[in-house]
Design a protein around this ligand. Structure first.
Ligand code: SF4
Ligand code: SF4
Length: 107
């Protein structure tokens, strides 16, 4: 999945580098290696690889990341078109990148 690229220039991901302490939690939980360390804080290295799962934002202890999680989920769109609950795409990402299958957006 690390090489997947989604629609260009539509990702809602925002990083406030002034709030970032460089704890590296987002590096750990992001399944697409969107961030990289740059001296004392992270920077976005590949914005278009972000699938808006929200794992980084949920796990950043310093509220440095915001993203509208789930808005780009293809499974949710398909479920919606089929008249199903759009939020039930079948997986989600927890800290450490594990999937808990409790709903949420794709992983
Ligand atoms: S989780 Fe937040 S504070 Fe930690 S490195 Fe990532 S953006 Fe910075
Ligand atoms: S929303 Fe998901 S894919 Fe996008 S940067 Fe955060 S952890 Fe990575």
């Amino acid at each position: 999945m690390k090489n997947l690229i989604y629609l260009k220039n539509v990702v809602t991901l925002q990083l406030d580098e002034n709030k970032c302490t460089g704890c590296e939690m987002c590096l750990e939980v992001c399944p697409h290696e969107v961030f990289k360390m740059n001296s004392s804080h992270v920077v976005i290295q590949n914005r278009d690889a972000c699938m808006e799962c929200g794992a980084c934002s949920r796990n950043c202890p310093f509220d440095a990341i915001s993203v509208e999680s789930g808005v780009g989920c293809a499974a949710a769109v398909i479920n919606s078109l089929l008249g199903r609950d759009a939020s039930e795409c079948g997986c989600s990402i927890e800290a450490g990148g594990s999937s808990n299958k409790q709903g949420g957006c794709c992983c």
